[in-house]
Design a protein around this ligand. Sequence first.
Ligand code: AMP
Ligand code: ZN
Ligand code: ZN
Length: 431
Amino acid sequence: MMLKKIVLYGLLSVLLLITITSCGSSSNIGTSYPTVNSEASLHKPYVLLISLDGFRWDYVEKYKPQHLSNFIKNGVSAESLISAFPSKTFPNHYSIATGMYPENHGILSNIFYSNKKNKVYSIRNRETVTDGDFYGGTPIWMLADRNKMVTASYFFVGSDVEIRGVRPTYSKDYDGKIKNETRVSQVLDWLALPKKQRPHLITMYFSDMDDTGHRYGPNNESEIKKALFNLDENLGDLFAGVKATGLPVNIIIVSDHGMAAMSTANLIPIETIQNDSLFLAIDNGSMVNIHPKDGVEIDAVFEYLKQNEGHYEVYKTEDTPGFEYLPKNKDWGAFQLIPDPGYYFSNEKNMMLLKQNNISTIGVHGFDSENKDMHGIFYANGPAFKKEYTIPSFQNIDIYPLICEILGFEIPNNIDGTISNVQDALNPDND
Ligand code: AMP
Ligand code: ZN
Ligand code: ZN
């Protein structure tokens, strides 16, 4: 009897291994990911969540790319999608993934100091990016996993990290050099899997508009248009491929933030602010978190910073403008430096490089959402959505409950987002 059981488990493990490796995913073995959909999941619709990093709210209206314009015409679009403060890539993607504000999911920005880990998290440091301890909340693929649904991700912040033992069923370690065409064909391959193994929730990510926006600034019409039209071709192929499956796929296209033009003459070198004996300064460009050193008088640090203000203002964290809530997370630090409008923090090395290359304008983001340049996009199309319909701007934390609603998951009550602002996007005739 025992032997039979061992043989059976052995066989099952081999089968599991074959299924996983044949899907081209990274190694997800030894965890609880469902490799097959439950009976209930088989009858659920599909959600394909696409993030277009740094895609500003007004690009489609301005440049009218063919495929995206058609997509919007036959679906729902929001006036804009409002990012959480600071409007940076990691906190906002992870707000979309968890329905929580950065304060509550823990990824405060692209770089921050973690008191718990006594370590600086940075998106440039793979070791911290892939350390699941930094990531709070329940990302949507984890919730799907709990609902015994197969999921997949061709990149999304958090999807290449074991968060409390869970990753999407199929996922890829982040590599920005992977061609868009490869991402599109893999997603279509996932949708072509036998229904038991076919993911009902898929995320994907394209960085093109962010890359171009930073490099040339969002007002460089020829460069923005070129990048946008190339990306639009990839999306056109994806839409056509998805349509050909005949499956009830709901495609949701979002961005994490917009982009503002910045004169390189208005960059503030962080070196002029740093003082290692008084505080740790964590520079995010649009905000600098100040963590006074142990044993240093906090008020003295504030006074010191106040005296040295120049093209930026010093605030106590709780008084800092831009937050959607009263910030309480200790990882923000005691004070924040906020640049004056039209200014941004940088460093001497970067400023030197810009000067050597005669670059006078770049694109930046991270400012609060009072600045509409920071707003992103929300476009959706599929059986769950109304057609030819526009809704007002809403916050990206509301996307999580929207996906819950479509996939029939109970909306957790510990998130910050609500369904009420997006309910109107849903097609009431859809069962
Ligand atoms: P930023 O514009 O500085 O807020 O960040 C954008 C950058 O984040 C892009 O250039 C991407 O290369 C990078 N990025 C996006 N997703 C990931 C990921 N999952 N892991 C590491 N880097 C990422
Ligand atoms: Zn971004
Ligand atoms: Zn960016």
